[in-house]
Design a protein around this ligand. Structure first.
Ligand code: DON
Length: 568
């Protein structure tokens, strides 16, 4: 069944595999598919048009990396709140030849950035400046990330970028959620932008309206025709720098020229019979995930059962401890020494749980960062698998929804507000309430600590799961819980993704729960001494692909957004 967006502003949720081929989709009339089960290749992302573009590339002979590139570029057009050219991200891949890779294209502090740049004369942090407008932007990494991914792809960039160009040039019908989100941000866009943007119009947006982005299409064409230079040099760089000058930002031509994506050694660890491949620093995601999985591994979670108070309490206490370590120790390892080996050592993780008392709430006053022995951390995730044994997890971000709110005049894309992911002052929470320390202080050229956790799970050395999510500080706990739901509680993928989630991040000392979290569990936790805080917003938008026992790919998009799966 299909929805005519132009006529019906409610998206229909499909649950069946693409009955029609992945070869055609009408950008003015399309369907959200929460779940597909397919044989050859699957893509799941935050938007049906992006997932479809990626699945089509798979069908045309591309591998999972090709599809990830196309899906990311399409998201930069159809999902402007988080899909991006002006932000950054991380790619984790398992290749058919057995190699594991990770590519870091996190934004970088400009050369003129400094430790106290968001403090006023009295030393107070002004987080409005790190969250809104030109000064909030780090040097964008996404385009460099695309070029660093290309050597692993099969098809030329010209082909991979074309769906994005067509969607930007010809336009597409926006979803109801996008219309609401654009309307909610209209005043911010008007206040922060020095030139008119395509994202504000005279009358409110509604589902089915067409968004056309000619400036963005031209930027994409420059990238297609001139490569890295099409973004980090020439006309696009000049537009970014001119935008900075109009808005008192500090990114310069030299900053753009100096930006490099970095291949990193991924974090690889075992959980029971599974091998997990995930993102190293400057994301805290992989380390924190490894810590939480390591802290719960020896406990009988599966026999306690899903959402049993015991299981939730154990997981909350693991979350508390891992986030405390994050705040103290984690930052860009190219700038600060981080005791990664010690923090992820199995013995250390066992010791960390020694003061965990079953049925009694721990306290973030008592539980501080651990003491590892010295040596002798709006976003969007996409998951892809092909039929050659390649699996790719990409999480990419502008940080807040629509990033800094600033669209580069003439170039048509939003700039990130990722500078807020640095610790602007020790102990001052960022927009996700995370606190940090010297390890994550601002320095020129340094990359701000992230929570993004793109993760692949192998079983018998073959791709089994691809998982990841947006959600700021909740990313790591969402990935953790989704994995535990599947690996320990044997849940079907869609249930594992859509079940209501909880979150503890050390400070503030409270368990955040989604609005639909069962009241009975809340009172069990309260009886143990926990402060439980229902949130207004949901936790995460998790995208999972799993290989089932018939070798078919089950791809599931989170119910919490317009997330959609595609494949063939
Ligand atoms: O890198 C990070 O950890 C954050 N900038 C992610 C932000 C995010 O997930 C927003 N999405 N809801």
């Amino acid at each position: 069944m299909r929805l005519r967006l132009l006529f019906l502003p409610v998206l229909l949720i499909g649950t069946h595999a693409f009955a029609q081929s992945a070869s055609t989709i009408d950008p003015y009339q399309y369907t959200i598919r929460k779940e597909v089960t397919v044989q050859h290749g699957a893509v799941v992302s935050a938007h049906p048009l992006a997932s479809h573009a990626g699945a089509r590339i798979l069908q045309q002979g591309g591998n999972a990396i090709d599809a990830a590139i196309t899906t990311q570029l399409a998201l930069a057009v159809v999902y402007p709140g988080a899909g991006n050219l002006g932000g950054g991200g991380f790619l984790v891949g398992h290749l058919s030849d057995g190699r594991n890779i990770s590519i870091d294209y996190r934004e970088m502090a400009p050369a003129k950035a400094h430790r106290d740049m968001y403090l006023d004369a009295a030393g107070n942090a002004n987080t409005t400046l790190s969250q809104e407008g030109h000064l909030a932007a780090g040097v964008p990494g996404t385009v460099a990330g695309i070029f660093a991914s290309l050597p692993y792809a099969r098809l030329p960039l010209r082909k991979l970028i074309q769906p994005a160009i067509t969607l930007a040039e010809k336009g597409f019908a926006i979803t109801e959620k996008e219309a609401r989100s654009l309307n909610a941000h209209a005043e911010l866009f008007k206040r922060l932008n020095t030139k008119p943007t395509r994202f504000v119009k005279d009358t409110p947006w509604k589902a089915g309206d067409t968004l056309i982005q000619p400036e963005l299409a031209r930027t994409l064409k420059r990238i297609r025709d001139k490569g890295m230079e099409g973004f980090y040099g020439g006309e696009t760089a000049a537009m970014i720098v001119a935008e900075m000058q109009r808005g008192k930002g500090i990114i310069t031509t030299a900053d753009l020229k100096a930006y490099k994506a970095k291949e990193r050694k991924p974090i690889v660890f075992n959980y029971k019979d599974y091998t997990l491949i995930t993102m190293p620093l400057p994301s805290s995601g992989g380390i924190v995930l490894q810590q939480m999985m390591g802290m719960v591994e020896k406990y009988p979670l599966s026999s306690w059962g899903f959402h049993s108070p015991q299981a939730i309490q154990l997981m909350v206490e693991a979350e508390r401890r891992a986030y405390a370590d994050r705040a103290e120790y984690l930052g860009d390892a190219d700038f600060v020494k981080v005791p990664v080996k010690q923090l992820t050592d199995k013995k250390y993780l066992e010791q960390r749980m020694q003061d965990y008392v079953p049925n009694k709430a721990g306290s973030s006053v008592a539980v501080k960062a651990g003491a590892p022995l010295h040596e002798s951390e709006q976003t969007t995730h996409l998951s892809v698998m092909d039929d050659q044994g390649n699996a790719v997890a990409v999480t990419t971000t502008l940080n807040g929804t629509y990033g800094s709110g600033v669209v580069v005049g003439g170039a048509g894309f939003f700039l990130n507000n990722e500078m807020d992911d640095f610790s602007v002052k020790p102990g001052v929470p960022n927009m996700y309430g995370l606190v940090g320390n010297e390890a994550n202080a601002i320095a020129p050229g340094k990359r701000m600590l992230s929570s993004m956790t793109p993760t692949i799970v192998l079983q018998r050395q073959r791709p089994y799961l691809v998982v990841g999510t947006p959600g700021g500080s909740t990313i790591m706990t969402s990935v953790f819980q989704t994995l535990i739901n599947i690996l320990e509680f044997n849940m079907p993928v869609s249930q594992a993704v859509n079940e209501t989630k909880f979150h503890h991040q050390w400070l503030p000392d409270q368990v955040d729960v989604e609005p639909d979290f069962p009241a009975g569990i809340i009172s069990s936790l309260e009886q143990m001494g926990y402060k439980v805080t229902p949130r207004r917003s949901p936790i995460g938008r998790t995208e999972v692909i799993r290989v089932n026992n018939k070798g078919m790919l089950e791809a599931v998009g989170d119910k919490r957004g317009d997330d959609s799966a595609a494949g063939y």
